[in-house]
Design a protein around this ligand. Sequence first.
Ligand code: UDP
Ligand code: MG
Length: 349
Amino acid sequence: MLLSVVIPVFNEEEVLPRLFEVLPEELDKLGCDYELVFVDDGSRDGSLSFLLSRANHNPKVKVLAFSRNFGHQAAITAGMDFASGDALVVMDADLQDPPELLATMLAKFHEGYDIVSAQRISREGESWFKRATADCFYGLMKRAVDERLQAQVGDFRLFSRAAVECLKSFREQHRFMRGIVAWLGLKEAIVPFHRRARFAGTTKYPAWKMMRFAWTAISSFSALPLKLSLYGGIVLIILGLTYSAYVIFENMIMKSTVPGWSSTICLILTFDGTILIAVGLIGDYVARIYEEIKGRPLYVINGMRNFAPGAGKPERAICIPRDSWEIQSQIPNRIAHENIDNPTQGPQS
Ligand code: UDP
Ligand code: MG
């Protein structure tokens, strides 16, 4: 049996040496063959050079290098497209997802589960703000996206080959992997674990990126915000009509015409604000439809190492199958831009 471990990497040079000390040791204990599929998501530090140097000495280390930062979810997708294992695990590079848990996850896989999800029962080294926003995130996602979403389950998961093949058929631009997994409804086991602090470096998901991710998750899975704006509009119309009845009564029966300036201004402001919000929501959905219609590739692989010729063949992706190429961060005077037009990254929240 072959186990593929997919690891997205974005500026992780501080943690990679430690990862290479810990992870292969744990994998050797499992007693099965394995491959490490690293997806470099446009790192600007020495991550890619480090990975390539390891890959040169170890054929089990496989590297896919994106041409720029396409985001965590795109990196996971690419890893799944190219990994060839009978089972596949996705984990962070920063050792927050403990490699010791792999044995338990694999045991569940052998019991016949298609998906084995690691659930955080505690989170070390994260600020109260990150924890509070993560709690809100899971609550909101459960209501707005899919009630089958598991709370405190991130992307640290094991998938059977059958589950990977299902996931590979989802080629949408705005991806929320956890929502897709819930949508599939395959047999899932939950394995609890204590989430450690990052081994080194900083999170790549500040609060604003998490909020953007939450919005991507909601809007790619649900029309709830549009429905809410519709319900809000209905409530406002009922209020508006009631108030109009009162105004007509005042005017025609009581004959007491009031100046009414303040109430008019209040009503205009409230109604206009609501209309603008609704239009903005619709605009955002239309923009997403537009991006899907364009059918742009999900990622561009600029080079790869240690993959068999013809590996992968992903749909809706560009893959330049060369194993020797210039590493972007080493090109002087060249600015690598981060996620300018593809806001589809996913935090671990
Ligand atoms: N990552 C990535 N692309 C990005 C951001 C993050 O490939 O644009 C990787 C990152 O290197 C790490 C994983 O995705 O391996 C999760 O990121 P991070 O640990 O910063 O998220 P957190 O655990 O703090 O939510
Ligand atoms: Mg992390």
